[in-house]
Write a protein that binds this ligand. Sequence first.
Ligand SMILES: [Zn+2]
Length: 680
Amino acid sequence: MCNSTVLPIKIYIRQSNHTDDVKMYLSSDFDKSVRLCDDFYHHINGEWKKQNPIPPGYSHWDTFSILTMQTQEKIRNIIQNICDNPSNDAESIQIRNYWLAAIDVNEIERLGISPVRKLLHFVDTSDVTTCLAFTMSHRCSSPLIMYDAPDSHDSKLTIAQLAQSGLGLPDRSYYTDPDKQKICRAYQSLIADTFTTIETQYNYPNKSPSQDIAQAVYDLEVKIAKLHMNKIDRKDPYLTYNKMNIRLLQSAIGRIAKDKKRTVDFSKLLRLFGTNEESIGEINVCHLEAVKNITCLLETVDTQVLANYFKWHIMLSFMEFDLPAVFSKLYFSFYETLLNGIATPKKRHKLAMHNIEFVLGDAIGKKFVQAHFSEESKLSVLSIVHSVKNALLDRLKKLEWMSEETKKHAVKKLENINIKIGYPDKYIDYTKLKIVPGKHFDNQLSSNSFMFTNMLQKINRTTDRNRWYMSPQTINAYYNPSLNEIVFPAAILAPPFFYHNGDPAINHGAIGAIIGHELTHGFDNTGRKYDYMGNVVDWWTQADLQNYQSRIAIMVQNAQGTKVLDTHINGELTCGENIADLGGLQLAFAALENNIGKNTDKFASSGYTVPQRFFISWAKAWAQNNKKEHQLQSLTTDPHAPAVFRVNSPLMNMKEFRQAFDVKPSDKMYKLDKNMVNIW
Ligand SMILES: [Zn+2]
């Protein structure tokens, strides 16, 4: 168990508080064949890109992947230790039982499709509402989904959110874009092959030929896709706010089905969840038109097609990890190879690591924090957070384009931002989660149901402002507009983003800019619509809004005008992240200047100035290699622009960068002052 895989990569995360190491860290990946002032990203990372090919089993490889791999090694050691030294601690028992069953592939093969056969039979004998209740409450792929979130107009209260879903392809555009036809055909083959496999290898009697099932299920998904609200509108808090009680929702849909069994009955749905209209209160129907029309579609589509649609989405939800290898191979060839360009499947234990994160993430996180995150690190990150926040406060007060009236609200919002570092005060309580030795599929199902029940208990209650939406071992960070908070899990507070006692220029260029990035999300094109409490309130004067939007329009154009893999970056989709990258860098730079101004530069003999080290550190944080397929998918669905743009574009908008590297008008990274965008 737990065989360690040595990946063919150069692990390159080292830098200490010695000047020589700093110098080595900064310069060792340079590609001098690319001029720094023409393409900073490739100059700084060119050698890294050559030395760090994408390992088998991955769609891309970057600094985040390396840190993830290191974090996973630590977590594997924690799990291994629990497995080798059984204890009576309840969460350790759950971790051990889940893990040992999850990696027991012989038992999973022996059971064949028997665990899922029961669910397929359940679909055949259940009405539409019952099928929907099952998929929704077991976190299966489903035409509608429900989750909890603060009411965006009264953030003190957490309410249920009902949203569109139910597509097997990554986004609605895949079903309509003529360039994606090859992917659509392969997706239909995947559905057909899955139904053929359950019939021929596991004796499951399909009611029609697999090809016909696949065609009909796909056609139904095309209809659902066309009803979906698009990605840009989904970010609009006004368009996605439709609060109503269940009775109103039911009448808004109108009656189409004559047969009661064909009716999507929302009261019954809640009863099947184990709750009722009174407990659930008013809900927000995020994508109202889509939810109404998808519901009507479910009530009118042929019943056999609908049954096959549910069966397919149940299979899809479990085929990667919970069923015999023949299904994970089918899943892999489509979702990983075709959509992401990955040629070699991940080892079972890697997938198990990924899955245990969803099942017992906080239980593992607690042990991870105890072993790997110090209170000193927390304090030192907090001091960077405060200096970046103060830099934003200063700059807000001095903004020329914003009126005093709007500034007052902006300052209040920033002063009230909640900062969470490392780990939550209170972890998820897993006491009621049933994890049984040797029953992998059942464990997965009961975990899905446990998480859903846990979620239901938060609905129509006072919002828990101490809650975390990421586990401490996650390599990421977020801003949550509904709670006006920034959150940095313990695992990202590590090299190359943060070096405890390291060079302040390098720390500010990486974690400092990421902190600034998250802070400015509170004021990006979406975040600006929320007030200091996380409520959707328009606190902008008309003139300020116009000033702001004219600046954003230039950023959208800049992104739109840049091509990666011959594809234009989607300026609208990536707008919020691009605003955050530029703002984050500007704030971190200002914070660094404030801090360093008082002290002598301990790292001056590295050969790089403070600003140079800052900008190199930013570029190094985004060193990345990507499979073409993965990059193309990201260009369609990811709100983050490709790494080369994330590095070069904000720097071209900073005079500090131009000065640090003496960028001349003849250089490609040169921009005239009048063309630079400056928001914060
Ligand atoms: Zn972001």
